[in-house]
Every structure is written in C-alpha cells, then in structure tokens.
Design a protein around this ligand. Structure first.
Ligand code: ATP
Ligand code: MG
Length: 465
C-alpha cells in the first residue's frame, strides 16, 4: 500500500516538477512551490478533528495556520500520522488566548499544547533565522554552535528554513487544500531521501539531536540519508554529549519505541552514533564477545513485533536488553557465576555510567534491575521457589528476557522451555516438573547449608544465591 502511494506521488510530482531545478548543493532556498489539491493525495478526512479545529479557529482570528511536520509527511506516504503539528503566525500568547485548554511549554523552544479530549495538538509560531534577531534574548547559542534558545519569530518561508529535514517542512492548508514547499520536500519524498535543510554541519551543530532524527526517519520510512546530509554525522556524533541526559532519554524512546527499532539500531551502528548513546554497550559489541549484538538486535526485533501486535512495550525491558552486554562485560568472563553482591555492584556501575548519557527515570530503573536480578534467580527453581518466582511482579518480563537470551543463541539448558511448561501446567501437577529437575544438569536440588555458610561469595555458582 505504501509502495502504491509512493507511485502515485511519483506520478503527481513528475507532473508538477518536470525536472526539478536545484542548486549545486541540492537546495534552492528561494523556490516556493504550491501543490494544488488535485496533485497530492492529502484529504481532510485523514486529518484529526482536533488539528482541523485548531487551524479553523486560527483562521477565524485572521492568523495564518498550516499543518506541518510528520502529519503531512506521513499522509503523503500513505501512513497514519501519530500526531499533528500546526504552524502559525500567532504568538504563543495569542494562541493561548484563543484556546481554553492550552498551555505554553518549553523554554529553549516555546510551543503551545492545545488539548481536545485525549488529543494534544502542538502549535508552534513561525520561526526565523537567528541573524534576523536584533540582539534580543529570544535566541542563544552555546560555544559549540548549539542553539540553547530558539524563539525568534518569522514568516512561513523562514519557518520552513528553520525546520530539520525537507520532508518535514511541507505545509498543508485546509483553506485551499494546497501544499506549500520551500525546500524541495516533495521531490525528496519522491526520491525517498532524508535531506537536512541548509548547511548540514551548521544545522547539526545547532542541534546535534538532528543526527539521531535523521537516522530515525531513515529507519522509519525506509529512506536513505542524502549524501551531504549523511557526511558530517560520524565526525559530529560526539556533539551529542552536550545534550542533557533527560532529552537523550526522550530521544531513545522515540528511536526504539516507534515500531522500527531493529532498523534504527542497525543505522545507529552504521553511523557510529550508538556509542554516544550507550558507550558501554557499544564497547561490549565491539569486543564482539558471545552473542551481545545478537541479543540487542533480537530485543529490538521483538519490540517491533510487539508494537505491531499492539502489545505493551516498556523502556525497562529495552534498557535491560541494551545494557545487558555492558553488565556482562562489567562482571567479566565468569558473569554467570557472579554472586549477588558482585552482580549488584556491576549493575550499579553500569547504571551510573549510563546516567551521564541518558537519564533513566526510577520507574524504569527499578524494574530493569529486577529483570537483571531475576536472570540469576530463575535457574533456581527447587522447592517452593518456582511458585514464589511466578508471583514476582517482574516475572513475566524476566521470563521474556530468558527467552530472548535463548533466541540470541545462549544455551540455558532448556530454562525457557521449562518455565513455559511450568506456567501452563495446573498447580496440582507442577510438582512433577520440579521432580524432573533433579535429573537435569544445573537443576540438582542442593543440600541445605547452615545459615552462617549460606552467604554467597563473589564466585559462588548462580544457584548458590
Ligand atoms: P514524528 O512525530 O512522526 O516523530 P515529526 O516530524 O512530526 O515526526 P516532531 O518531533 O513531532 O517530529 O516534530 C514536528 C516537526 O517539528 C518536525 O517535522 C520538524 O519540522 C520540526 N522539528 C522537530 N524537531 C526539530 C529539530 N530538532 N530541529 C528542527 N526542526 C525540528
Ligand atoms: Mg510529530
């Protein structure tokens, strides 16, 4: 279906573009094309009622208002936009006055959230280049060329130039049903290219997160990153260290919870960006020991499948998988034999190091540690332990993690399968499965030690904890 849509776009864009005239850099900043309704597939019925209401009310108040960003892009590609953004010449204060349930958010980049029931429409005021600012405090740059404030207002054309990629800078108006294209976005949709607007180096320096966004859109849309837009990514990747960890965490969620985590992961590695998000993981993957890369990739693949099946995905599981190779590495070769104390210490170290790059809110951090901890406890199933483990709030995630390790090629001597059977067996018959354990390697019932000797040392076997 997506392919057909692209074909129809190719047809309609050929009819209006002929051979697109572009400057040597591939951009012609002064070109303004208006694509009339009969030459594009966007129809009002695919746009959320909330977004249409916002635009209508802004128009009634004699402001300009357009649908822009992912909404327009995804509709052109035949997809279902996850949200709709509106751009207008009204200031945040003017927008707020027009909509009762709205609030101004952000400092670096002020926008207005307008709420319609459960839907939130992001409304942004047209931005302009900073050179246009007359020394106001609306714009600020750090020593690294990074925009720390971006609130210089402008018109539609300047707004287009301030956006990140040409495919995200197409403006649709339900007034005449036209699309306004200032940056060659329609041609790039047709050629399936992620092209940054303006000088790539300058634009990545202004906001290094744009490098992650380039990769995210390329993976999500199955587009290529245009050559000049791709070239500075590897050398400039390290600028990501200037991004606050909280914003990085938000970006990580967008990268891995958008339904295209596996493709995104591959591109992050290809563009050498993973090391700036998860340095300890990248180091472990580079060492190439065991099945680290297979495990992370499989986790991403499973996440994508769960999203397709409308199943719940949690950042706790994603982080548990992403940092698992780092945890193994911190524990050293005998990680399986690590005792509780060594394991806790290694987990603490890995987490501390990671927090310098991406934050991890407590509500995910604690379950992540529990998933890890249970990896050492699930093999110890004797007696009443198995029943008790089933009751653990993180049992399901930890069991999925065992399956993941096995899928990635680790030999856990049938542990996943045993737990699968245990769960599907009636409680009254579960003792049979426990009895079989004695005969299995690694499943031997232990002789009970006296309490004083029970505390495990760092080299105790995993089932001695
Ligand atoms: P999706 O919502 O599907 O992830 P999107 O393109 O709508 O994709 P948003 O993060 O919702 O992305 O941003 C909306 C629009 O704002 C983008 O399409 C782009 O035009 C602009 N934008 C967002 N982030 C940046 C940025 N860092 N630099 C420049 N423009 C940006
Ligand atoms: Mg969006």
């Amino acid at each position: 279906m997506l392919k057909n849509h692209v074909k129809s776009i190719v047809a309609f864009s050929k009819s209006i573009f002929g051979s697109p005239s572009r400057s040597a850099t591939g951009r012609n900043p002064d070109s303004h094309r208006i694509i009339p309704r009969e030459q594009h597939p966007i129809s009002r019925k695919n746009i959320s009622a909330g977004a249409l209401k916002v635009i209508k009310r802004l128009h009634e108040a004699r402001f300009e208002a357009f649908l822009v960003g992912g909404g327009v892009r995804d509709l052109l590609l035949g997809g279902h936009p996850k949200d709709f953004d509106v751009a207008t010449d009204a200031t945040p204060e003017q927008i707020k006055e027009l909509f009762r349930s709205s609030r101004i958010i952000g400092r670096r980049f002020r926008i207005v959230h307008v709420r319609f029931g459960r839907e939130i429409i992001e409304v942004t005021t047209f931005r302009a280049h900073h050179e246009d600012a007359s020394g106001q405090h609306e714009a600020a740059k750090s020593d690294h060329g990074m925009l720390t404030r971006d609130n210089v207002y402008g018109d539609l054309q300047s707004d287009a130039a301030r956006r990140d990629f040409s495919i995200n800078a197409l403006y649709y108006t339900p007034k005449g049903f036209n699309i306004h294209d200032y940056t060659g976005g329609m041609a790039d949709i047709q050629q399936r290219l992620v092209r940054i607007i303006g000088d790539p180096q300058t634009r990545y320096k202004e906001d290094p997160v744009r490098m992650l966004r380039a990769v995210r859109f390329a993976a999500k849309l199955d587009f290529s990153i245009e050559t000049a837009s791709a070239a500075p990514i590897r050398p400039l990747g390290e600028l990501l260290r200037h991004i606050p960890p909280a914003r990085m965490f938000e970006e990580v969620l967008k990268l891995f919870m958008g339904g295209h985590a596996a493709a995104t992961f591959d591109l992050l590695r290809e563009y050498e960006l993973l090391g700036h998000l998860f340095p300890a993981t990248e180091a472990a993957l580079r060492q190439g020991e065991g099945n680290a890369a297979a495990l992370v990739r499989q986790a991403m693949h499973n996440t994508d499948r769960r999203i397709r099946d409308d199943k719940r995905v949690t950042p706790a599981f994603i982080y548990a998988a992403m940092l698992w190779p780092a945890l193994q590495r911190a524990l050293g070769q005998d990680w399986r034999q690590a005792g509780a104390e060594a394991q806790q210490q290694a987990a603490q170290t890995v987490i501390q190091q990671q927090l310098a790059h991406t934050s991890i809110p407590k509500r995910f951090l604690i379950p992540m540690r529990e998933i890890w901890d249970l990896q050492w406890r699930l093999p110890r199933r004797q007696g009443k332990r198995a029943e008790r483990l089933l009751e653990h709030p993180r049992f399901r995630a930890a069991y999925d993690f065992v399956l993941l390790r096995e899928q990635a090629g680790e030999d856990l001597q049938g542990l996943g399968d045993w737990w699968t059977r245990f769960q599907s067996t009636k409680p009254a018959e579960r003792h049979k499965l426990l009895e079989q354990l004695g005969a299995q390697p690694g499943g031997k019932p232990r002789r009970r030690r006296r309490k004083s000797a029970a505390k495990p040392g760092p080299h105790s076997p995993p089932d001695a904890r």
